[in-house]
Design a protein around this ligand. Structure first.
Ligand SMILES: Nc1ncnc2c1ncn2[C@@H]1O[C@H](COP(=O)(O)OP(=O)(O)OP(=O)(O)O)[C@@H](O)[C@H]1O
Ligand SMILES: [Mg+2]
Length: 277
């Protein structure tokens, strides 16, 4: 039995092969049957999150978050430590923690709020968590093959190696022995190996040298050219703002700003108040 199949067998007992647990309960609120009209110009947005509320147990963390993302955009989701960025990404991906209790999430006319995490993943959400979740015991290539164990498939492995030549060179190396930057590339490549519509990146530059950050930025620009829509959460707000078209700032679980990335770069008061930069 190949190493991949052994891992698949052991992982099949878990709800999601990428190591995330499934959302338990879909929202209990009554459902609308048509997408909310939230995009500018009266059209439903490509992605929209409307009045999202989520809790860890009794802790009320995501407190009525509403925003839209246009197809092909890169949106920087920013805010101080503890503002609720990771929690918001997790709620968007329909993970069970934090538990979303109210709100709607639409991706390309699909009601994610009615889905569990594995269904949201199938509908096109690709979450790359902060800890990257490279699977031990598997080579780079096996990590990618595992992502393609079930359809719908995204980019082919050869195409991913064109995007990330370093991964191609290290295809037979065990994934967890890669450098931090290479592991981040593998985590993004693994998301693209599935047919995703929206890439959610949680702190992709964390712990990486500036030269590697620039390499990953270039790749994200390349991915954008191929039509992938991205939400990037980053402590390195300046780098994220230079990459992004738009910026959303979270503060204490609520939206404090929604506008262009250039507006945030130009507005010193806003940066001081919410980003401490
Ligand atoms: N599993 C959990 N159980 C209880 N509270 C949690 C849990 N995870 C996060 N929180 C709390 O939720 C709040 C928001 O945390 P979150 O991780 O979403 O912030 P963040 O904006 O991603 O911060 P950072 O920039 O430090 O990553 C914090 O007060 C945090 O302590
Ligand atoms: Mg976080």
């Amino acid at each position: 039995m190949s190493a991949v199949m052994k891992v698949v067998e052991s992982k099949m007992a878990e709800p999601d092969a990428r190591g995330e647990l499934l959302g338990d309960e879909p929202f209990r609120e009554p459902r609308h049957v048509v997408p909310p009209v939230t995009g500018k110009g009266g059209q439903p947005a490509f992605f929209s999150c409307w009045d999202l509320h989520a809790y860890y147990g009794e802790s009320y963390i995501v407190q009525g978050v509403t925003f839209d993302v246009r197809e092909g955009e890169i949106v920087a989701l920013l805010g101080r430590n503890g503002a609720g960025k990771t929690s918001t990404l997790r709620a968007l991906a329909r993970l069970d923690s934090p538990a979303a209790t109210h709100g709607e999430i639409w991706l390309d006319h699909q009601p994610l709020h009615e889905m569990k995490a594995y269904q949201a993943a199938r509908a096109g959400i690709g979450l790359v968590p902060e800890d990257r979740r490279i699977i031990p015991g598997l080579t780079v290539e096996e990590n990618l093959q595992l992502a393609q164990i079930a359809p719908p498939h995204g980019w082919t492995i050869e195409r991913l190696y064109e995007l990330f030549p370093r991964l191609g060179e290290r295809r037979r190396q065990e994934g967890v022995t890669l450098s931090g930057g290479e592991q981040q590339m593998l985590a993004v490549a693994r998301a693209l190996a599935r047919d995703i519509k929206l890439l959610l990146l949680d702190e992709p530059y964390e712990g990486l040298a500036p030269v590697i950050v620039r390499e990953i930025e270039k790749t994200l620009v390349e991915i954008k050219k191929h039509g992938i829509t991205t939400i990037i959460v980053e402590q390195n707000a300046i780098a994220a703002l230079h990459l992004a078209d738009r910026a959303i700032i979270l503060d204490m679980g609520q939206i404090a700003f929604d506008g262009t990335a250039a507006e945030v770069l130009d507005n010193e008061d806003l940066r001081h108040e919410y980003l401490a930069i």
